[in-house]
Ligand binder design. Sequence first.
Ligand code: PLP
Length: 339
Amino acid sequence: MKNYELRSDTFTKPAEAMRKAIYNAEVGDDVYAEDPSVNRLQDLSSEITGKEASLYVPSGSMANLIALYILGGRGNEVLMHEQAHTIHHEVGGAAAIAGCMPISVPGDRGVMKRSLMEPMVKKDDYDIAHTTLIEIENTHNFAGGTCWKKDDLKEVRSFADDNSLKIHMDGARLFNAVTATGMSAAEISSYTDSVTFCLSKGLGAPMGSMLCGDKEYIARAKVIRKMLGGGMRQAGIAAAAGIYALENNIFRLKEDHDNCRKLAETLNSLSWASVDLDKVETNIVFAYTEPGKAASINEKMAERGIRAIATASNEIRFVTSLMISAQEIDQVCEILKDL
Ligand SMILES: Cc1ncc(COP(=O)(O)O)c(C=O)c1O
């Protein structure tokens, strides 16, 4: 039976050309900053995000952790959206390792508005934790792959400046936001002090994320990466895949978005599912079922090769990526109609 991989864009596998780039990678000891491929990937990432410097780290979770460690600080509060990946899916590292208190802020489509953050900022008292940082997620995974628009970014920046707060952006899927909004990665990142993006999701590399910011911040980040056990040696083997991903796989993300929209429309036409089509902006779609039905529907889909994730008792998440072509999405839609 054919399998249709829609669980996550983390399931993407390196294609042949990427594997060739890996095979041919020039390497050195990256802890000594002597890996030419890592150095090139870092320079390329700084260029793309418009930041002074960048650091290659093993995962998105580690990039967020380093940002929280440095910009949040032990005992301080960090504002983030109530459905933030960092709160729910990074194993409590923010608290356990960075020592921060994540404060969850409600917000439509993963966007946090000034009016809701305002009462949560704490400053200047001896018996309260102080707020130091805002973490934004763009695109926002569990809000449905939604994007921060220019006005939202402007608002959060001016709010941060008014309150002397820094901004870290969890841009695990930054290039999906670029593709959907038409803003460049540098423009989006210009509203933030620190940004991370993943190479291992829609961009198709086997591993790795970039953390970008000013020189002083990235120099400190390199120390914290080593402390966390993330100093890698001949990492150019993996960085070469990252370079390949940035040079070749950004421009094809639109295909994933088109496939996702088609899937979302089909799901919404079925009797057992509903989708908020307005929220389908990139490569993620959440379908809602009757409460208690998501797991059994998911099993039925799996019997026909469709692999998705039941994220709640009434919710199934589908993510499109280079693992699934337009033709395969048509096949998935036919199976769904027949289910
Ligand atoms: C929004 C977001 N941030 C961070 C991460 C963490 O990335 P990693 O799995 O590389 O640790 C993910 C992973 O899916 C994510 O979706």
